[in-house]
Design a protein around this ligand. Sequence first.
Ligand code: IPM
Ligand code: MG
Length: 374
Amino acid sequence: MDAVFVPNKQMEYVVSLKIAVLPGDGIGPEIIREALKVMDVLNDHFGLNAEWQEAGIGGAGYEASGDPYPEATQKLAHCSAAVLLGAVGGPQWEALDKPLRPEAGLLRIREDLGLFANYRPTKVHRQMLEASTLKPEVIDGVDIMVVRELVSGIYFGQPRGIEVRDGERYGFNTMGYRESEIRRIARKAFEAARLRSNRVCSVEKANVLDVSELWRSVVIELHQSEFSDVELSHMYVDNAAMQLIRNPKQFDVIVTGNLFGDILSDEASMLTGSIGMLPSASIGEKFAMYEPIHGSAPDIAGENRANPLATILSVAMMLRYSLDRADLAEKVEQAVEMTLDDGIRTGDLASAGEASVSCSGMGDAVCERLVRLA
Ligand code: IPM
Ligand code: MG
């Protein structure tokens, strides 16, 4: 990751915290606005000294410069300590050629920055036990980290396409993993587990897929050679999908490929009551990007109704992993807890009949509490 401590001429350490902010589409700009309010509070009351610059991505990038991952955005990302992203996508861009669609911009920035490890924590907030569709006793205490491989697998595999074969259209993709790609993501999962409850469950479909057979054997080899202190289990993805709602507390770290991780992390998010609560960190050798796991929610975009907490919690992950400020990450997380304790809910979190606040109302509520923690 980029060095964040830059010695200046007087040989004092000056902290350079330049962040690339990519609001994107749909509710992206609204939730990012609230996250930046939190950053303002950290600058003004906690001496953070972060600076940021905004640039386009997804549909917004396409509208401004005809490319969902514009060159200016790429340049900015490459010289920043971290990237904070809102969300991409919307119905108005669905008819475009695939390389011009918003999602292509997101996949390209992940690939370009080499963000192979995607950390998606699912932690059930006590105050939210009633918000989940699952029974409180099933979800109370759930604390799972999904470690999703993000720059390979079926999302990127070649060949791919739609063509005419034997007089009918044929669509195809390729799910492939090099052993080095499996090893590096498995390593991240084992390392994460050592800092948590020391358990890794590797999820694949080794009873059917060759790529999964290789996945499993590489995970086992790495475990035996370097991580035998970590408890390792293996699960087929269909069973994992079932176990996640049957008994989610059995999981600590789940490591899995790109597609299975996409699906299982959405499923895991519902344990918390709302996908609007889940942050993520995508980390490579040199760069890191932080984004909520939810999408651009075009149906509520521009209505000031979105839940900004996943983005605010992504700021906390950025403070911890890229800006070397775990102390401030804790403050932000604490301010979010206090807000939930006080019964403040956006529409997605409120139960029937319960009052709810707007997106900016939620951001203000978190900021007020954060100021109190200064
Ligand atoms: C996610 C999203 C993306 C993905 C989409 C928007 C391309 O669903 O970050 O989980 O599939 O990776
Ligand atoms: Mg997804």
